[in-house]
Design a protein around this ligand. Structure first.
Ligand SMILES: Cc1ncc(COP(=O)(O)O)c(C=O)c1O
Length: 376
């Protein structure tokens, strides 16, 4: 059986978690949280990073930092996870769904401007499958209309756009360290505050609206309530797990890339025969091998492939049910035809198993199985 996802755990994760349990502090911002920040700084040059209890929470923090209020409109793709949109719906802002590009499945930067109104306040981009969006164009539109850009880089840790790392490409970047992501702490995430002047406020929002972190830094001797906020701070026990994963960065990256490249080479003949389409990576992007998805000609062929792969012991899933045509999206007044490309891709994209401990043989077995099914 080739599962869809499986966490990669070694003695190192165990060692750090046990050390944290026995010798560390169990609440947040202990030595492992600090070590995670060092590792992100050393590898990606990322500063102003705050670990959160999930990618969802990082997005919610960004919505508070962006001062979104009821009546604001936010432009976002609908080909994403509910958290991208819930984050600003919770502040009373309204989603305005923008269609996606056929090649990357990311927000179509050429369709954003026509959706801007006097109420538009922000653009939430999503680096789908770890592929950053066309951020120069998006940031330029944002500058022109004075909008905030929040990058949902939940899937994109380690990817680059024109040599710059995902998460650093706009005012705020949000990562996920959920079990299904490249680097996991079980449940967790981080916000990257790329506006230095917002960092103090971000620390307060993450600590239930208090300046507790300034006490920990020795800057003040007692803390008090300064702003709205929530309990967005994860336990140092979880940061211990993430420390191990980030120290294993090169190994995890190489293993995932091997599977990705095995799929890409092995399925190319089927693409040439017109039976499916492989992922398209723009030349300005270095991706992080987060996901491998194929596009099938029809919904029916996709369903049949999922069923027959399952019979062969391979678990593959659809990508997203688009948010604009989901039950809640429809109840907000959206219509399926609002985003035709999203609808088409939502019905025909298929995500193959991909995790670090999958072997090349596993990937070749998936390739062989897809070949057999589609050419029978
Ligand atoms: C694009 C996107 N945004 C947000 C999230 C939410 O992250 P988390 O599960 O860490 O809350 C995820 C992952 O599940 C995601 O894929």
């Amino acid at each position: 059986m080739i599962r869809f996802n499986k966490p990669t755990i070694t003695d190192l994760e165990e060692k750090y978690i046990i050390d944290s349990l026995r010798n560390g502090i169990h609440s947040g911002d202990g030595k492992y949280t600090k070590r995670v920040y060092e590792l992100f700084y050393e590898r990606f040059g990322i500063e102003n990073m705050l670990l959160t209890t999930s990618g969802t929470d990082a997005l919610e923090m960004a919505s508070i930092l962006a001062d979104l209020v009821p009546g604001d409109e936010v432009i976002t793709p609908s080909f994403t996870f509910s958290s991208t949109v819930n984050a600003f719906l919770l502040r009373g802002a309204k989603p305005v769904f923008c269609d996606i590009r056929e090649d990357t499945f990311n927000i179509d930067e050429n369709k954003i401007e026509e959706l801007i109104t006097d109420n538009t306040k922000a653009i939430y981009t999503v680096d789908y499958a770890g592929i950053p969006c066309e951020m120069d164009a998006i940031n330029e539109i944002a500058r022109k209309y004075d909008l905030v850009v929040i990058e949902d880089a939940a899937q994109a840790v380690g990817s680059t756009y024109k040599g710059r790392y995902a998460g650093t490409l706009s005012e705020y970047g949000c990562f996920s360290f959920h079990e299904t992501k490249n680097f996991s702490m079980g449940e967790g995430g981080a916000i990257i505050v790329n506006l230095d002047e917002q960092m103090d406020r971000a620390e307060i929002i993450r600590e239930k609206g208090t300046n507790r972190r300034q006490v920990l830094k020795g800057l003040v001797d007692k803390y008090t309530w300064h702003d709205i906020g929530s309990s967005f701070l994860p336990s140092d026990l979880l940061a211990a797990m993430l420390t191990a994963q980030m120290e294993r960065y090169d190994e995890i990256f190489a293993k995932r890339m091997l599977v990705w490249n095995t799929y890409h080479a092995g399925l190319s003949e089927l693409e040439q025969a017109g039976l499916l389409r492989l992922p398209i990576i723009p030349d300005y992007v270095e991706h992080n091998a987060h996901m491998y998805n194929i596009l099938l000609p029809t919904d029916e062929i996709r369903s049949q492939l999922i069923d027959e792969l399952k019979e062969k012991g391979v678990i593959a899933y659809i990508c997203y049910v688009p948010l604009h045509s989901s039950p809640y999206g429809l109840s907000l007044g959206n219509k399926p035809e609002d985003c035709p490309v999203t609808e088409k891709i939502g019905h025909t994209a298929l995500r193959l198993p991909l995790y670090a401990d999958m072997t090349e043989e596993d990937a070749l077995y998936v390739v062989k199985s897809i070949n057999e099914i589609l050419t029978q």
